[in-house]
Design a protein around this ligand. Structure first.
Ligand SMILES: [Zn+2]
Ligand SMILES: [Zn+2]
Length: 179
């Protein structure tokens, strides 16, 4: 079975420096229309994250979301771990400007419009990394569902208790959805 590789702090920092440009840089590179588009997609992602939370947690496990996005380092770490395994595109729109959703296990990406169509199949196939934290790779009994936003991508994963605490530390209380 293929394995995931979990990045070091330095690798996460380097990825952020290389990939997450300031909005000013985006405006300069692509113009204000593209920047508006990216911001709108980010807002859609946040709104969807809130709507989908009860679905992913199925009312059984605690769910935390970082919307509007202070958990960036966590999101990047989960993304890089998923990418090290190989992320399967599940719909034909992943190269477009639509908001995207990345499921960490099995690593799958789709646009948020198609997500409801592919979710049943994903749930039927089940997890590939049972009882393994999608953020640090630790093997544990209990995991908590989290969603972290990365630009216009929403990343859904399951994390161990220490990673959840770190996540909550990164998330400002006012930005959490109501319990
Ligand atoms: Zn799609
Ligand atoms: Zn962990």
């Amino acid at each position: 079975m293929r394995k995931r590789r979990f990045p070091t702090d330095a690798e996460v920092d380097r990825w952020i420096a290389d990939h997450l440009a300031d909005l000013d840089v985006i405006v300069a590179a692509y113009g204000p229309a593209k920047a508006d588009q990216i911001q709108a997609a980010s807002r859609d992602t946040m709104a969807l994250s809130r709507r989908l939370a009860p679905l992913f947690s199925a009312g059984r496990i605690e769910f935390e979301s970082d919307a509007p996005g202070p958990g960036t380092r966590m999101a990047v770490r989960m993304y890089l771990a998923a990418e090290s395994y190989g992320i399967r595109p599940a719909c034909p729109h992943v190269e477009t400007d639509r908001p995207l959703t990345l499921m960490c296990d099995p690593p799958t990406v789709s646009c948020t419009t198609c997500l409801p169509l592919i979710l049943p199949g994903l749930m039927f196939r089940g997890f590939r990394f049972n009882h393994v934290c999608d953020h640090c790779g630790r093997q544990v009994k209990t995991l908590a569902a989290v969603a972290a936003t990365l630009g216009c991508m929403m990343i859904h994963g399951h994390v161990c208790r220490p990673c959840k605490s770190a996540f909550l530390g990164a998330v400002a209380p006012h930005s959490r959805p109501a319990e």
